[in-house]
Design a protein around this ligand. Structure first.
Ligand code: GLN
Length: 499
């Protein structure tokens, strides 16, 4: 891992690589000693885990890839960092991201864009965002696993673009304490690894209640969810009847790249061969999810980012706060210089949609759409949403053909070339980038567990001529498995079936 951090430094996966921290080698030596004496603390003992740079660490700076937090050191570790270190894991450095997690290609970073050279093309591709640094670090073996954050797809999209596994657990499973907030009601900590088994090892350690995070699932909810999904146990559940796999028809959009559609169909055929059954299902609110997300997330962001005023955190612009003369307006100058263009766009958009005149037309409408998206999912899953009261029966919606999991592409296309995205003359690019999240935001709005798995295309499907599709045996496509709230275990299990 350490050799790879040097070898791949030009990919810009890390904002602060391991070399910058002094104590790591002692930690690794101690872990070696524990292993030799049979006293390993956990499966993660002595493992290098990279941490996205919007998760607080005491020993390394936490910049969120923003000028406004340049050189900021947190006085505490996030709960996830503390928990990993207690399990013997070693922080492998802080990874690059879109500023404050806002973006889909890891290009909006003060430290420069992350480069994805996984398929050794002539020029680098997008690493996906915003956890692109974590994904590239994992893909190029610069660490054992990495933590990212997923608000609207920021772990799953980079996983799909880099050929790694990216898991967003149910909302509230992993503590957010010490994770810099982007949009609290959507933010989750996610895990990236080269295999689902690695994700499981990290998730087993992090999946616990944290008193310090008010949105962390309580021990009572956890045991209720566990008894609901674990009786009968997952293995007897799978042994007793085939899996009912749902295919959301709204995800089969005209813009879907033929190679992505091909791999999707292949994976469904593969599951069918194993005896599972495939069922088309409809999630009618899907096309409203993306615009709703881009109202709600910036609204929360505009409120969260108000605290970066140059007085309490990070960098401060030169000048006075009187508002007089060329040096006036400390607050506006600090924010004007500290934030990048995309973050400013989101703050303006969010402040507008929360303003008295626009609130009813945008924010309130988007909240209603969020409920519709949640109700869509609840109507197609066989398992009831454990967060709803037992009697609610999905708000009176009739369940027809229900399923255990949904399988769909993670993104509509393969990663674009980085040079195309960096073209500053094209002002429509940022809007285009929003469209990449079309398949990931619905699960975020509903707080559902979802994993992106790299799946390779193998041969043509009956009825399709091989020459019609750019089938590639080497370029894996990210497929997403979405489950009912709390059914994280099943989602990972199905991920393993497709690996
Ligand atoms: N691309 C989405 C956005 O820019 C998702 C980001 C994320 O999940 N952090 O908001």
């Amino acid at each position: 891992c350490l050799a790879n951090q040097k070898a791949y430094s030009s990919l810009n996966a890390f904002i602060t690589p391991l070399q910058h921290s002094g104590l790591w080698w002692e930690c690794l030596r101690d872990a070696d000693h524990r292993r030799e004496t049979g006293k390993s603390r956990s499966l993660l003992d002595g493992r290098l885990i990279a941490i996205k740079d919007n998760i607080c660490t005491k020993s390394l700076p936490t910049t969120c890839a923003s000028g406004i937090l340049h050189g900021f050191f947190s006085p505490f570790n996030a709960t996830v960092v503390e928990t990993l270190e207690n399990a013997g894991a070693v922080v492998a450095g802080k990874t690059n991201l879109d500023e404050f997690g806002m973006g889909s290609h890891s290009t909006y970073s003060r430290s420069g864009p992350v480069k994805n050279s996984r398929w050794d093309r002539d020029e680098p591709l997008s690493a996906g965002g915003s956890s692109g640094g974590s994904a590239v670090a994992v893909a190029t073996n610069q660490c054992y696993a990495a933590l990212g954050t997923d608000t609207g797809g920021s772990v799953r999209l980079p996983a799909a673009y880099t050929g790694t596994v990216g898991f967003k657990p149910s909302y509230g499973r992993i503590s957010r304490w010490g994770v810099v907030a982007y949009a609290n009601s959507l933010d989750t900590v996610g895990i990236l690894g080269r295999k689902t088994s690695v994700i499981r090892n990290v998730f087993d350690i992090l999946n616990q209640h944290d008193d310090r995070d008010p949105t962390s699932l309580s021990p009572r909810s956890r045991s209720r969810i566990a008894s609901y999904f674990a009786s009968p146990s997952l293995s007897s559940r799978l042994a007793s009847r085939p899996l009912r796999v749902g295919v959301p028809i709204e995800y089969n959009i005209a813009e879907l790249a033929p190679s992505v559609r091909h791999v999707w169909l292949n994976a469904l055929a593969h599951l069918e061969e194993q005896g599972h059954t495939i069922h088309p299902v409809s999630l009618p609110a899907t096309k409203l999810a993306l615009p709703a997300y881009y109202v709600l997330a910036p609204a929360e962001a505009s409120s969260n980012l108000a605290k970066y005023d140059g007085v309490r955190y990070g960098t401060r612009a030169e000048g006075n706060d009187s508002g007089d003369g060329p040096d006036g307006y400390l607050y506006a100058k600090t924010r004007g210089q500290g934030f990048g263009a995309e973050v400013k766009r989101r703050i303006l958009l969010g402040a507008f949609s929360l303003s008295a005149g626009a609130m009813d037309n945008y924010f309130i409408q988007a909240q209603k759409v969020r409920h519709l998206v949640q109700a869509d999912f609840d109507a197609v899953f066989d398992a009831q949403n454990p967060l709803l009261p037992a009697s609610s029966s999905q708000e009176g919606r009739k369940k027809t053909s229900t399923v255990d999991v949904l399988i769909a592409p993670t993104a509509p296309s393969m990663p674009p070339r980085l040079s195309l995205l960096m073209d500053k003359t094209n002002s429509l690019l940022s809007l285009d980038a929003y469209l990449n999240d079309v398949f990931t935001v619905p699960a975020s709005l509903a707080g559902l567990p979802a994993v992106s798995i790299p799946v390779c295309g193998t041969g043509a499907i009956s009825g399709q001529r091989e020459s019609d599709i750019e089938v590639s045996e080497v370029d894996p496509v990210g497929l997403q498995i979405i489950g009912q709230f709390g059914d994280d275990e099943l989602v990972l299990k199905v991920g393993e079936m497709l690996e």
